[in-house]
Design a protein around this ligand. Structure first.
Ligand code: ZN
Length: 112
């Protein structure tokens, strides 16, 4: 379940890493204590790489998202810097089309 996108990073191959709001439930309270019978619903942050499909914080035994925006940002940025997965197929197609039309208008506008 993803929420509103806060910001986007580009990975090494041009795929997008989205940083977004995420509500999540956890059994760990703010002090880090685990509660067997109680769940807390929190609003936090997470990132998702549209290139390789990996999501950030997803510790099923603790929190499924980051509580702290700075940590979420750092995690997303770190992934973007390390990941070289290509953008999804349809996005590559779009980039190729744009590249081709730039090439064609370059030929037409060349004037020689
Ligand atoms: Zn990735």
């Amino acid at each position: 379940m993803s929420g509103e996108v806060i910001t986007r990073y580009a990975n090494r191959a041009g795929a997008v890493v989205e940083l977004h709001h995420q509500r999540f439930t956890t059994k760990t309270d703010y002090r880090g204590y685990y509660h067997d019978e109680t769940s807390f619903e929190l609003s936090g942050f997470n990132w998702r790489c549209l290139g390789c499909g990996v999501t950030g914080c997803s510790d099923i035994y603790k929190d499924r998202a980051y509580r702290d925006l700075d940590k979420a940002r750092a995690g997303g940025q770190e992934h973007a810097d390390a990941c070289s997965a290509l953008p999804p197929e349809e996005e590559q197609e779009e980039q190729r089309r744009r590249g081709l039309s730039a090439w064609v208008s370059g030929l037409l506008g060349g004037g020689s």
